[in-house]
Design a protein around this ligand. Structure first.
Ligand SMILES: NC(=O)c1ccc[n+]([C@@H]2O[C@H](COP(=O)([O-])OP(=O)(O)OC[C@H]3O[C@@H](n4cnc5c(N)ncnc54)[C@H](O)[C@@H]3O)[C@@H](O)[C@H]2O)c1
Ligand SMILES: O=C(O)CCC(=O)CC(=O)O
Length: 353
């Protein structure tokens, strides 16, 4: 039967618009809180301090030590700051790493979160937390992990370097591509995925040309919201499994890994579900994998895993880890075919689909 699905909406408040980060103080009050701990990475500390100054008495302090993959020891330091400052909510200003720290605090305390995303990773609209302890990254899901308020303010994204904008956009697009063939997809998740892909197809090439263009930044942030929402709503498959394997076991950088793998995993699955991936071929005007690879190349994305410090000898182990436990994918997987796919991605080949 064509229509058979479960559809649940997210309870989060989504606030979108230029300059809307100035309403953070109002949102702290709207959710019944009084003192927010502002979180950021060390690189965005100045922006976090500026936001805290704007919040005045509603800011409990700034914790600017967020790092990628949410190490538990950093979360414990942040928890100590939460206790000392008597914060009753957190405001995460930054990309997925800062959002991850806010989620890790909320997971342990149930404190409400306001997120002001400055990349396109999409973590702000998912109930998913990935955290690392003793070198092992595990993922948990839960209602307390989903942020209560997300404020998308494109004016805070004009400083995102072009290279990071490109890889972060491709990271978001990967959520949408996998959502199109997700086992638990529904008509709304597919509409959002297609609209998210269109938003990045339009905006990323223009951001590369004019990074300060607020209209284009706004379009990309809109795409991030759509792609992140489907990541939080439906299950991911082969692509995310391989990226988590490479990031978790070989420490490859998150967004770059997604950017390189997307054309290869999409081409692999397009052979099994060409009808479900037809919107990708339509938007990028060509075969699914090849057209995504051309798009990535044209906007200056990295194309080869060997450029990320992964050695060719690592590929056997990566294929083994990515296939050792069964998980759902629209096309059956086996170690040999995943090893071949990784070889192509390592060399930076254009998928021949
Ligand atoms: N749980 C989820 O749903 C989910 C989804 C996607 C990503 N993630 C996680 O997010 C992390 C990656 O996040 P990311 O790719 O957004 O990178 P990031 O948050 O690590 O940011 C990368 C760097 O860019 C800087 N930066 C961010 N925005 C900037 C801006 N506008 N201007 C200047 N500098 C800026 C950051 O401070 C940081 O130094 C990973 O740990 C990944 O696992 C989680
Ligand atoms: O690392 C996490 O927090 C989970 C990341 C995730 O599922 C989405 C992604 O890989 O971009």
């Amino acid at each position: 039967m064509k229509h058979e699905f479960v559809y649940s909406t997210s309870p989060a408040h989504i606030v979108f618009g230029e300059g809307k980060s100035a309403t953070t103080g109002e949102w702290i009050e709207n959710i019944g809180c009084r003192r927010a701990l502002v979180l950021s990475t060390p690189q965005q500390q100045a922006d976090a301090e500026e936001l805290a100054a704007l919040l005045g008495h509603r800011a409990a302090g700034v914790f600017a030590r967020a790092v990628m993959h949410t190490p538990v020891d950093v979360t414990e330091q942040a928890m100590e700051t939460v206790r000392q400052t008597v914060a009753d909510c957190v405001v995460s200003l930054g990309g997925g790493s800062t959002t991850g720290l806010g989620k890790a605090i909320a997971y342990r305390t149930d404190l409400p979160q306001i997120v002001i995303p400055t990349t396109y990773a999409g973590s702000e609209v998912t109930p998913i937390l990935g955290q690392t302890e003793r070198g092992v990254k595990t993922t948990v899901r839960g209602a307390s992990i989903l942020p209560e308020v997300v404020i998308y303010d494109p004016s805070l994204t004009t400083g995102l370097p072009v290279a990071m904008s490109v890889t972060s956009g491709l990271n978001a697009m990967a959520h949408a591509v996998e959502a199109l063939y997700a086992k638990d997809r529904n008509p709304i998740s597919s509409l959002m995925a297609v609209e998210g892909l269109r938003a990045f197809k339009t905006s990323l090439p223009q951001i590369v040309q004019t990074p300060q263009d607020l209209e284009r930044r706004s379009e990309a942030l809109y795409g991030a919201w759509l792609c992140g929402t489907v990541l939080g709503t439906v299950g991911m498959a082969l692509h995310h499994k391989i990226c988590h394997t490479l990031g978790g076991s070989f420490d490859t950088p998150h967004a770059e890994t997604h950017a390189i793998m997307l054309p290869h995993t999409a081409a692999f699955n397009a052979l099994a579900v060409p009808d479900l991936l037809a919107p990708v071929a339509d938007i990028f005007q060509g075969p699914v994998g090849g057209s995504l690879w051309d798009f990535a190349k044209n906007i200056g994305a990295p194309l080869a895993l060997k450029g990320l410090g992964l050695s060719e000898a690592d590929l056997d182990r990566a294929a083994e880890i990515a296939t050792e436990r069964p998980y759902w994918n629209p096309r059956p997987i086996d170690r040999q075919s995943i090893r071949a796919l990784l070889q192509d991605a390592w060399e930076g080949k254009r998928p021949a689909d």
